[in-house]
Design a binder for this molecule. Structure first.
Ligand code: HEC
Ligand code: HEC
Length: 295
């Protein structure tokens, strides 16, 4: 099933060749290709290539340009192949090795990714939850964020517990309203500036998130003050009002700060350097946006 894990470079080459051929073809038939009938996908592709509107050489195998933009229907059959195939979303064993039944003695989180019904039902172990809302953008929902979001500190291993006392402290602080009080300044804030606070041999959060300037601070996120934590990410690029909030007071589960501390990227052990926007993750998102249809 190696052909599924299309190497970007290979497809890019193929597409580059295809583009050249398509443009040549257009030059030949272009005069007749008037807009008197609804364009087929191929005709639209040729037109867009000629107009310089598309650049399939984007490193994602043309997924964005040729599949997402044209809303090509994604079949459940393809999604099933992704779930059952090694390396489908980046190096690692197939999802269904660990998530193949609703019996939580055989499958982590009682999550069955081997059937369409199981994917839609989500995790059946407590806390039971759906992984997305069919027909909506799933970027921030459980399934896609488990494929895209790296656990922090960047590179924190799968073996590091996600319920350590320090993670619990942060969780409780968010749950209690994320206040700028003595407890926060004495017990919570210093954790972000300490090495090894969230796992052995891990750098301090502030080694990478120390100010609103990127570089050096990733996502313009400043975890060294209460104001910085509450302001969130990308406040310079997006503007203060539109900055990405990483803490939602009272709601740890919805807070990106909590998600990035307590949720491992799947498949377990995948390196944070692996593409977070893997073409197949985009395809999975697209299937969900199209309504997560089972046939
Ligand atoms: C080697 C075993 C293993 C493989 C392979 C694996 N997972 Fe997981 N997965 C786990 C474990 C263990 C957990 C629970 C611990 C945790 O939350 O990190 C989990 C949790 C999850 C969750 C969270 C569910 C919830 O209710 O919070 C999702 C979603 C998920 N995995 C999806 C996937 C996908 C998609 C793949 C394939 C890319 C995959 N997993 C591959 C072991 C695995
Ligand atoms: C070695 C550098 C590094 C360290 C250390 C680090 N981060 Fe990050 N962080 C990143 C990078 C890079 C990203 C963006 C890409 C990604 O998610 O992989 C990021 C993203 C984030 C985001 C998401 C921001 C958004 O816009 O959604 C949060 C939240 C976050 N980090 C919190 C933390 C916390 C909390 C710690 C400490 C436990 C920490 N980081 C440690 C590099 C780091």
């Amino acid at each position: 099933m190696n052909h599924l894990v299309i190497r970007g470079a290979h497809l890019r080459q193929t597409l580059a060749g295809f583009t050249a051929a398509a443009i040549a073809l257009f030059a030949f038939t272009g005069a007749q290709a008037e807009e008197t009938h609804r364009r087929t996908l191929a005709e639209q592709f040729i037109q867009d290539a000629k107009d310089g509107k598309i650049s399939p050489e984007t490193g994602d195998g043309g997924v964005q340009e040729l599949i997402v933009k044209r809303n090509i229907p994604i079949s459940y059959e393809y999604i099933n192949t992704l779930m059952t195939t090694p390396n489908a979303f980046g190096p690692g064993v197939a999802c269904t090795v660990c998530h193949s039944s609703t019996d939580n003695s055989k499958s982590y989180r009682g999550l069955d990714l081997s059937t369409c019904k199981g994917i839609i039902e989500g995790s059946t172990e407590k806390p039971k939850r759906k992984l997305f809302v069919a027909g909506t953008d799933p970027k921030r929902d459980v399934l896609i964020r488990r494929l895209r979001n790296n656990r922090m500190p960047l590179g924190a291993g799968f073996h590091i517990p996600t319920n350590s006392p320090n993670i619990e402290l942060v969780t409780k602080w968010i749950a209690d309203g994320a206040k700028n009080d003595e407890h926060f300044n004495k017990n919570v804030l210093p954790l972000f500036s300490a090495a090894n606070a969230f796992g052995p041999d891990t750098p301090a959060c502030t080694a990478c998130h120390m100010s609103n300037q990127e570089p050096p601070s990733f996502h313009e996120l400043n975890l060294s003050t209460h104001a910085g934590v509450m302001l969130g990410a990308d406040s310079v690029a997006k503007g203060v009002d539109k900055a990405t909030k990483v803490v939602i007071p009272g709601k740890p589960e919805l807070s990106f700060l909590w998600q990035h501390l307590a949720e491992d990227r799947m498949p377990p052990g995948i390196s944070p350097g692996e593409n977070r926007d893997h073409p197949n993750t985009t395809i999975l998102s697209q299937w969900i946006k199209q309504g997560a249809k089972c046939n």
